[in-house]
Each structure stands twice: as structure tokens, then as C-alpha cells.
Unconditional design. Sequence first.
Length: 165
Amino acid sequence: MLQLAKGEFIKNKENVILLGNPGTGKTHVAIGLGMAAIAAGYRVRFIPAINFAQELLQAEQEYRLPKYLKGWKKVDLVIVDELGYLNLGPGAPLPFQFCAARYETESMLITTNLEFSRWTEVFQDATLTGALLDRLTHYAHILLFNGESYRFRQSQQHQPVGTQS
């Protein structure tokens, strides 16, 4: 984690994927890495996955997708949070276009609760999902977050004695 916080992965145009159970700190770590990148002088944008897909879909519907994608070239690190909580519906192919456009030129950090074999549930196309994962993971640091949810554990500590399960 400390090595990633130095920002070398951004300089090297590499990606980071934080994968694991809900409540294990993926978003917290993503924000921390984003803040460290900003402190190092990098331009960073944090966006929830569903908002990201909606923005891409809206840009496509308004015939401004190329301009929209070009605008992201100014961002050194894009953090896409919570990929996998919702399927992306008709906007599913657009994140592939986005990732393909950034491949080997800028970095991404993605948080997800889904193991890679289940990403077809989000993107709904096995070929597209395979191509997306191929690009995202080619130069990637993949960190696994296992364990119990911090939020769940904290809520259990606040339960009156005798009501915990």
C-alpha cells in the first residue's frame, strides 16, 4: 500500500484493482491513494461506477462521446468505485471504450466486490468482458480485501448485551 501511495503506478501508466468483500476498506484505500496522488501533483477524479456509466451513456446519446473521452485524457488517475454492485445495462459497452482509450496511456483504480469471473454479470457480454479484463489487468496491481465488513463489526459492538447474534 505504501508503495502505491508513492504514485509510481501512475507514472508507469499502471492500474490498481481493489477486489473484495463489501465493507473491507476498498473505497477508503482508493480515496487515500487518490489523495496521495493529488499531493504528488497528479490530477485525479473519483466517480461511482453507476454514475460513470450514466455519464458515458449520456455523452453517447448526445453525440459527444469522443469529446467526452478526450476530456478524461487530462486526468492522470481515474478512480471508479463500486464496480459490480449494479449491472450497467445499455451503457455496459461504453466503459470498455473508455478503458481501451486509456490503455497504456493513463491509470485507473477500480474497486469491486466481484471476482473477475463474475464481471460478465455487470457487462453482460463475455467477449467484451474478457477484452476489458485483458486491458485492465495487463499492467495492474491487484489487491484482495478479504474478511468481515468493518461496518458490520462496528454495528455488532453497539448492540446491547444479549441481542448480538
